[in-house]
Design a protein around this ligand. Structure first.
Ligand SMILES: NC(=O)C1=CN([C@@H]2O[C@H](COP(=O)(O)OP(=O)(O)OC[C@H]3O[C@@H](n4cnc5c(N)ncnc54)[C@H](OP(=O)(O)O)[C@@H]3O)[C@@H](O)[C@H]2O)C=CC1
Ligand SMILES: O=C1OC[C@@H](O)[C@H](O)[C@H]1O
Length: 393
């Protein structure tokens, strides 16, 4: 007899854009992506603004209110005994305090990217996770795409020989008039108080591609953190608008180049005519991944001496026809569910130690570019009454 799926009861912390996307993915029927072993249920939603705002969220995601508890504060959500896992969907600036709030309440957490603002904050979260014996994962959804899994397997199998270099770009074209960027200065993309900037928001995906190949696949006994060299252009708000990072793994002789910009897009026409967003280069060939780097659906394998033959592999994101939706965030949610079912405290696909090393690289890059975020959002001291937790704007 088929076993019933392990169902995670989710609590959604914040009601912005990505919380809507994530919940709509949670509501997709797992069978539409051939998943039968795990399932998801949204049991509570909290808005730091008001209970009404949480109610408005349910309407937007087309979720009937029956059984879903609505809260006007994050504190109530993390203390709800019916919540198995809290999804933190606030701006980067808030991740440390909000995740800490949930961990301190004994909750498992899936926290949006970028994990934190500083590496020290990331280390504190991991330490608290261990103390509380709960699960924590950074929500870099791309890592859990079947496409990413296939590419890691290909590289591991030696299909393109020894990989020495990865180049990845995740950029958007928001160049505006008179030197401006088309986001208002208080928008989270460029607002220094919300830890805005290209690197933490978009460059994290370029780094994800570098890391899932050049770092994640290093044998455990040979794990080596990289040296970091960055070139950064600051926007008038103080946030980074265009950032290039070279990571070098000296003893592996491997190099990664991560590019990101808010001004110049990866592909001008938005249709990949300009070529791949990611190039994984080995001694026997290369894998090209078509953009966007955060939600890729196609890759190409080009072998040396292939006489012009290119293998093109499509990995479409399944759509739940009934709900008319499918973003691809459900795969990371499935990973959380399987980890919780199996009693794991972290995901082996993105171990917490790796999230820390990535934060170290980003912090070093931002330091080299003289990007400075305010004390309130860089502090690694947990404060349940911080405005970042209470929502005092
Ligand atoms: N995985 C992905 O593809 C994507 C991930 N993201 C990540 O998700 C996170 C949130 O991004 P996004 O949803 O686009 O952001 P939004 O601005 O749309 O939403 C953020 C939410 O956080 C809450 N919040 C609490 N305090 C503040 C504050 N001072 N200013 C603004 N919002 C506040 C609000 O919810 P409330 O009022 O209900 O408390 C708000 O709706 C970021 O970490 C971002 O990097 C974003 C887009 C795509
Ligand atoms: O995570 C993200 O991926 C998609 C982008 O459009 C968005 O700005 C970013 O936060």
């Amino acid at each position: 007899m088929a076993q019933s799926p392990h169902t995670v009861r989710w609590g959604i912390l914040a009601t912005g854009f990505i919380a809507q996307m994530f919940v709509r993915d949670l509501l997709c029927n797992p069978a539409t992506r051939d998943v039968t072993d795990v399932a998801h249920k949204v049991v509570a939603v909290a808005s730091s603004r008001s209970k009404d705002s949480a109610a408005g969220f349910l309407e937007k995601v087309n979720l009937a209110p029956e059984g879903v508890k609505l809260y006007g504060s994050y504190d109530e959500l993390v203390n709800d005994p019916d919540v198995d896992c809290v999804y933190v969907a606030t701006p980067h600036s808030h991740h440390f305090q909000n995740t800490m709030l949930a961990l301190q309440a004994g909750k498992n957490v899936l926290c949006e990217k970028a994990f934190t603002v500083t590496a020290s904050q990331a280390k504190k979260l991991v330490q608290t996770t261990k103390e509380k014996n709960v699960f924590l994962m950074e929500a870099v959804w791309t890592r859990y795409f079947p496409l990413s899994i296939k590419i890691r397997e290909l590289v591991k199998s030696g299909a393109i020989g020894t990989v020495y270099r990865v180049i990845a770009d995740n950029s958007i074209g928001n160049d505006g008039p008179d030197g401006s960027i088309t986001f208002p200065d208080d928008n989270r993309m460029v607002n220094i108080d919300l830890a805005g900037g290209a690197l933490l928001d978009l460059g994290i995906y370029s780094l994800t591609w570098l890391f899932q190949i050049l770092y994640h696949l290093q044998p455990e006994a040979e794990k080596e953190a990289p040296k970091t060299l960055a070139a950064i252009h600051q926007y008038k708000t103080g946030a980074d608008e265009s950032t290039s990072v070279i990571v070098q793994f000296p003893s592996h002789k491997t190099t990664g180049i991560a590019l990101t910009s808010l001004r110049i897009p990866t592909n001008t026409d938005g249709k990949n005519s300009g070529g791949p967003a990611i190039k994984i280069q080995g001694t026997l060939g290369e894998i090209q991944v078509m953009g966007p780097a955060y939600r890729p659906t196609q890759y190409k394998i080009i072998k040396k001496d292939s006489d012009g033959q290119v293998e093109v592999v499509d990995c479409p994101i399944p759509v739940d026809r009934e709900r008319r939706f499918g973003m691809g965030m459900f795969w990371e949610a499935d990973e959380v569910a399987r980890c919780l079912r199996d009693g794991k405290k972290e995901s082996s696909t993105l171990p917490l130690s790796e999230s820390i090393v990535i934060m170290e690289v980003m912090e070093e890059a931002l330091k080299q570019g003289d990007v400075k975020y305010p004390e309130l959002i860089t502090s690694d001291v947990f404060d349940p009454k911080s405005p970042l937790n209470t929502g005092a704007r």
